[in-house]
Design a protein around this ligand. Structure first.
Ligand SMILES: C[S@@+](CC[C@H](N)C(=O)[O-])C[C@H]1O[C@@H](n2cnc3c(N)ncnc32)[C@H](O)[C@@H]1O
Length: 229
């Protein structure tokens, strides 16, 4: 997402500081304190201007939601949207930072579900490690998610989608759903549209979506029996 530098962004972000986690490394091992023990915890990576996470927080009042965005001037809009939202959500917090460092911020097994919405495609081959569905990121998600935790992914980019499905398969993830036209499918019920999604759908582009489940692991790394979940 490219945009002109915004004026007074530091002041505007500071005005929303109640919803911002200033030092995400302080979360590690103290996750219970973020939302007063509220569970499950859900994570959106690359939240952009916040349409999705603000609506998710409204629809999931019993969950705690963390939204990560690496560009401060973009995160500023998300923070302002959440701050202005009716009832100002008490189950939503933002981190301005790069998702690469998530494992330094949160202990293993913190999240029930991770959402990736219209992640940057990084089409050049040499940049594939930056894609949020690359093997290195999937390994991080495997650490951050609870046993049997889920990853929900939406994109307009078919090559990225196909490549991501390959990575999910190679990582041994269980497919929960796959659609190449979310808006025409039954899966659309309950869908929360993002800013990018609205734009692509208005241009008549199909929306690709997939949900996968990470293995339920025991401490020793072997598959857990059903009763252990
Ligand atoms: C194409 S935009 C989509 C925004 C929003 N999810 C939507 O669907 O409207 C992708 C966003 O992900 C953010 N992003 C990309 N890589 C990231 C990373 N490694 N850590 C945090 N945010 C990231 C970008 O800054 C950008 O705002």
């Amino acid at each position: 997402m490219r945009m002109r530098k915004k004026k007074h962004s530091a002041e505007r972000i500071a005005r929303c500081s109640g919803l911002l986690i200033q030092d995400p490394t302080a979360c590690f091992g103290a996750e219970e304190t973020i939302f007063g023990g509220r569970r499950p915890l859900l994570l959106e990576i690359g939240c952009g201007k916040g349409d999705f996470c603000v609506e998710l927080s409204r629809r999931s009042p019993d969950s705690g939601i963390i939204a990560v965005e690496r560009i401060p001037d973009v995160a500023m809009f998300a923070l302002e949207k959440a701050t202005a939202a009716e009832g100002r959500p008490d189950n939503l917090r933002f981190i301005i930072g790069n998702a690469e460092y998530l494992c330094d911020w949160f202990a293993p097994g913190t999240f029930r579900r991770i959402y990736l919405n219209f992640s940057d495609p990084w089409p050049k081959k040499g940049y594939f490690k930056r894609r949020l569905t690359s093997p290195a990121y999937l390994e991080r998600y495997g650490t951050l998610l609870e046993p049997g935790g889920e990853l929900f992914f939406k994109t307009d980019n078919e090559p990225l989608f196909d490549w991501s499905l390959e990575q999910f398969g190679a990582a041994g993830l269980e497919t929960l759903y796959v659609t190449r036209d979310l808006h025409s499918s039954d899966l659309c019920a309950g869908n929360i549209e993002t800013e990018y999604e609205r734009r692509f759908a208005a241009d008549g582009k199909p929306i690709f979506a997939a949900g996968v489940r990470f293995p339920a692991k025991t401490e020793t790394g072997s598959e857990a029996a059903d009763g252990d979940r």
